[in-house]
Design a protein. Sequence first.
Length: 87
Amino acid sequence: MVKVHITAASHVPDHCSMHALSDHKEDCLRVACDHAHDKCCPSCDQLKVIMKEIKSSLRSSDLRDEDCDDLMYTLQQAYQNHGRLIC
């Protein structure tokens, strides 16, 4: 898969490499963008909604706590890996 959404100056916060790579807690690692982060990405937003729905379904399932925790961990890892590849 190809990283298609990332640019140095995107109005979508998660797609702006300057914003995403800045550490807002450390002055020496913070970069101020010269643009607003006032847009959203429908594809990324849809994925976030789906992830919340899956998590909610897992929490309300009859799975054992250990199995639910394992699936939540797997889901979180998949989400993080997807973000690295797509967004």
